[in-house]
Design a protein around this ligand. Structure first.
Ligand code: PLP
Length: 391
């Protein structure tokens, strides 16, 4: 059968995830030190796992309300108020989703008409552009630059706005660079959104993982923003719950209602087991992740210093658990560097181009890895860089 002719052209023409492509090279190789996958290196804290075990013992295995368990939505409302100084009504302004991934997907599907433009920044998480395209929207890339520590400049956003722009999508702290937003730029982007009557989707998945005593500030906190912002957050990173697939969206009721329509038909609800675990996670709050955050800050300091020490320029990122060193001085492309390092030294990093063309000349290293493995990986990378330079 000619399967190609049977596929949706829209899906057929989507690129495969650059991360997935790269990780297929690593599968089954136990000798590899991976600075690749973006997830915490520890399992979910025990009290959270225990709450889920207890819920299974009680036989809680049913569907929940499409919006999610009300007790979880109440807990989310309290957490979000504390974290973002913003109040959402658990009855109609919070939707529990299958990770931030689903929340992003249904936000685009619920709000885009064919041809609507979405401004987003690259390098960025791999799912933005495909999710926009799957919702028949048009991705409009604004590049962020190393000279600005990969923050998004309001002047660049302004140049990208057209009469077709409907949404600005933000993610800070950012995957893959670890960049954070200076409040003055965030404020200017908020003013642009208000001036041009745009929606803003803000993916806050790394907001708890901030270093150097910074206070997180979200775009939703600026004047005129609450009514036009969809705040997306989840449990994967700070609570080390990637496999539980749990996230949420907070927004004004009409936007949540539209997202709910997509969610109820394609997902019904997030798994009840994960929702029960989520309640426990929010009960623990910062005590679930503060030690991990401090340990990541130390690992970041080590890896940034080692990379700069071997002549790979690397800015000091303020958040998440990624560093994004520049590898141009080796004369290799991002992909050549990542493949060479894997083949010659069995260390996995992700080519910057997996996160968009603006990532050329960089690689992403995730430092949510045991400190001794980071040191070993840096020793091996230094050998590799020296060998490449020696020709
Ligand atoms: N958004 C960003 C920026 C991410 O880096 C990731 C995962 O790496 C996700 C969303 C997906 O999150 P979830 O596990 O909640 O679906």
């Amino acid at each position: 059968m000619d399967y190609n002719s049977k596929l949706s052209t829209q899906i057929r023409d989507l690129p495969r995830s650059g991360i997935r492509d790269f990780f297929e090279l690593v599968i089954g190789r136990s000798d590899v030190i991976s600075l690749g996958v973006g997830e915490p290196d520890k399992p979910t804290p025990w009290p959270i796992r225990e709450a889920a075990i207890r819920s299974l013992e009680k036989g809680q295995t049913s569907y929940t309300s499409n919006l999610g368990l009300e007790s979880l939505r109440v807990a989310i409302s309290g957490y979000v108020e504390n974290q973002f100084r913003m109040t959402y009504d658990p009855k109609k302004e919070i939707l529990v989703t299958v990770g931030v991934s689903e929340a992003l997907d249904i936000a685009f599907r619920a709000m885009l008409n064919p041809g609507d433009e979405v401004i987003y920044h690259e390098p960025c998480y791999v799912s933005y552009s495909p999710s926009i395209k799957m919702a028949y929207g048009v991705p409009v890339v604004v590049e962020t630059r190393e000279e600005n520590k990969f923050a998004l400049m309001a002047a660049d956003v302004e140049k990208a706005i057209t009469p077709k722009t409907k949404v600005i999508a933000l993610n800070f702290p950012t995957n893959p660079t670890g960049g954070v937003m200076p409040p003055e730029e965030l404020e200017k982007i908020a003013a642009l959104a208000v001036k041009h009557d745009l929606l803003v989707f803000t993916d806050e998945i790394y907001c708890e993982l901030l270093y150097d005593n910074q206070q997180h500030k979200s775009i939703v906190e600026y004047p005129g923003m609450r009514e036009r912002t969809v705040l997306l957050h989840g449990f994967s990173k700070a609570f080390a719950m990637t496999g539980w697939r749990l996230g949420y969206a907070c927004a004004p009721a009409p936007l949540i209602e539209a997202m709910m329509k997509v969610h109820q038909y394609c997902m019904l609800c997030a798994p009840i087991l994960s929702q029960v675990a989520g309640i426990e996670a929010l009960k623990m709050g910062a005590s679930a992740y503060e030690d991990m955050r401090q340990s990541y800050e130390q690992r970041r300091n080590v890896i940034v210093s080692r990379l700069n020490g071997m002549g790979l320029h690397c800015f000091n990122p303020g958040g998440a658990f990624y560093v994004f060193p520049e590898i141009r001085s080796t004369g290799l492309t991002s992909k050549e560097f990542a493949i060479g390092l894997l083949e010659k030294k069995s260390v996995a990093v992700v080519p910057g181009t997996a996160f968009g063309a603006a990532g050329e000349g960089f690689v992403r290293c995730c430092y949510a890895t045991a400190p001794e493995l980071i040191v070993k990986a840096m020793d091996l990378m230094e050998e590799f860089v020296n060998e490449v330079r020696a020709g």
